[in-house]
Design a protein around this ligand. Sequence first.
Ligand code: HDD
Length: 705
Amino acid sequence: MAKTSKRSAGHTSTVHDQKLTRGEGGELHQTAEDLGLEVMTTAQGGPVADDQNSLKIGPRGPVLMEDFHFREKMFHFDHERIPERVVHARGYGAHGFFETYKSLSKYTRADLFQREGERTPAFVRFSTVAGSKGSFDLARDVRGFAVKIYTKEGNWDLVGNNIPVFFIQDAIKFPDVIHAVKEDPDSAFPQAQSAHDTFWDFISLTPESMHMVMWQMSDRTIPRSFRFMEGFGVHTFRLVNAKNESTFVKFHWKPKLGLQSVLWNEAVKINGADPDFHRRDLWTAIQSGNFPEWELQVQLFDQAFADGFDFDILDPTKIIPEEVLPPIAIGRLVLDRMPDNFFAETEQVAFMTQNVPPGIDFSNDPLLQGRNFSYLDTQLKRLGSPNFTHLPINAPKCPFAHFQQDGHMAMRNPVGRINYQPNSFGEGPRESPSRGFVPFPEAEEGAKARFRAESFADHYSQARQFFISQTRGEQHHIANALTFELSKCKLPVIRERVVSHLLNIDEGLANRVAAALGIKTMPEPADAAVPTRQDLPPSPALSIVERGPKRFEGRKLGILITDGTDAAVLKALQAAVTKAGAVVELIAPKVGGATLSDGSFVEADQMIDGGPSVLYDAVALLPSEAEIDALVQESTARDFVADAFAHCKFIGYVTAAEPLLAKAAVLDSLDEGCIKLDGAKDATGFVGELGQLRVWAREPTVKMN
Ligand code: HDD
């Protein structure tokens, strides 16, 4: 006979412990505590007596339709998911603020730029483009950098990427480039990869993408952290001042901690070791009070500059090099609070390029114009109602008043009788020509046709400029990335077509990729719409390594310890790293921790199997003599060292670690990046070196991508 188990009593008390929601911004609220509730209720507010067992006739009998609690609970669960974003599905967001450095009223009437030191609330969502919501963080992919600033005159959304150019010039090609990069429609793979035939087929038939492809194949698309990457508004926008004078502007976010990327071989391994690497990094930094920060810099220019510039400022496949037009800093963005609820905020946030406050305006960039349609349209599909602006994360934080009403899930409707304008009752909001958004009155004329401007036709000059602006190591990474990606293309004709474009960018690069792919006969250079490529000077601002931060701040040192580890060395290292504004993680054979040489006990953050060196910016090996033999037997310990060396990381080590270095085939190759820690005194010097981030001189010897 079946036993009747009743497991209900006592479970509702856990409601007390759960902070269901919270938030300074007054967004979500209502924990069970706030409501003074002790008892679980249905969504209708009815107290629940038993949440463990459905309603049945007899202990082994059928379940009854009458069980409204079961049905409501199941109904809601069945409908928990909403469509993921058609692009940028995987993302992670945080709250913060934008602070204006000084008044920009000379250029713009935008309220947020008027007063020095004023802080305006902001929400940022970082993302990858191609992968699904559950894909891994370190795909080789462009990163989204979408910023919503809740200004006093409406939300401003700067929906950018970590690359300042785009694949296509006209929004009408967006569905094509996205179809091509996403998984194939028949097989539904590959996931979160551009390394497949359809992507490179489309790209090689679309030469305007060549500049972006150079960025995409560079280390920019495998950033070490969201905190270490730039963001770009991409398009040329306008700033418009109170006198209705317009200045063109390009927006750039510059990370305070400097730029840093991982190596491809690291990225592949990180995706296995910690698919949430970027999320965890942002979460941990903000939760521990290390608030990431970016400076907003702008390139400002007038029509005369635009007319004299080599390229069309409306073409989103072109940059204005910083050496040609130096950006100026106008404010900073600080992220200081994680959302209380991922779905409510990060998933439901709706960014739209058309969200601009008075004083910021669009240019005629055809990609931007098309985006201004797409973003509103997509929110209806994703969020299911035109009332998505009623969601706290999307609602303006300034007063707002209009006559929009009803629709699915309306949470805020106008009160009273008057819901139209004009009305003779003197009620309701009125438009204001002086305060409201007035488009810049640019005069337009021309024939109606499907044009592509001739001034958009040079697809190779800036692609070459990007390539020659990289260090030798970075160029090597681009060649390797192209080789890897094209090696995944099954059709030789696609590989060859890409190489034919590379010939127009840099012959050395083309030859290298062709040789690595085993292409026997070099193709002819691709036909170019503009026959002669301009030889532009290198722009050092385009290299990550050239402008490295030279600081270890914000980074992570992984220290491998065992029982008997020298306590003095460990403590000195921890102190020096903390002083440098970085963090330490301890990796031990057992996650429970280790007893140090002085008898003290430390907990470990990771077990060796779960904490490979790819998770760290640098490592230190502090095993004890007593434990080294056991450690050497661990293949993961050997990989820890071999990978750290191959990934050009700084390695600090004590003498007792030498057998492990030998086992990893590193002992005979020690270089200036492998630093002996003879005692606590050496800790500061070692940590000082870590500011270089990597030992690039080692790279040619390890032959690792
Ligand atoms: Fe887009 C999302 C950035 C071109 C259509 N885009 C989206 C997101 C970012 C960008 C960061 C994620 C926003 C979030 O976190 O919710 N997109 C860009 C940049 C582009 C660009 C920098 C070129 C300069 N996008 C672009 C074009 C179109 C779209 C040309 C269509 C004409 N993008 C969308 C979209 C998405 C989107 C389909 C999907 C989810 C969403 O909007 O809210 O509307």
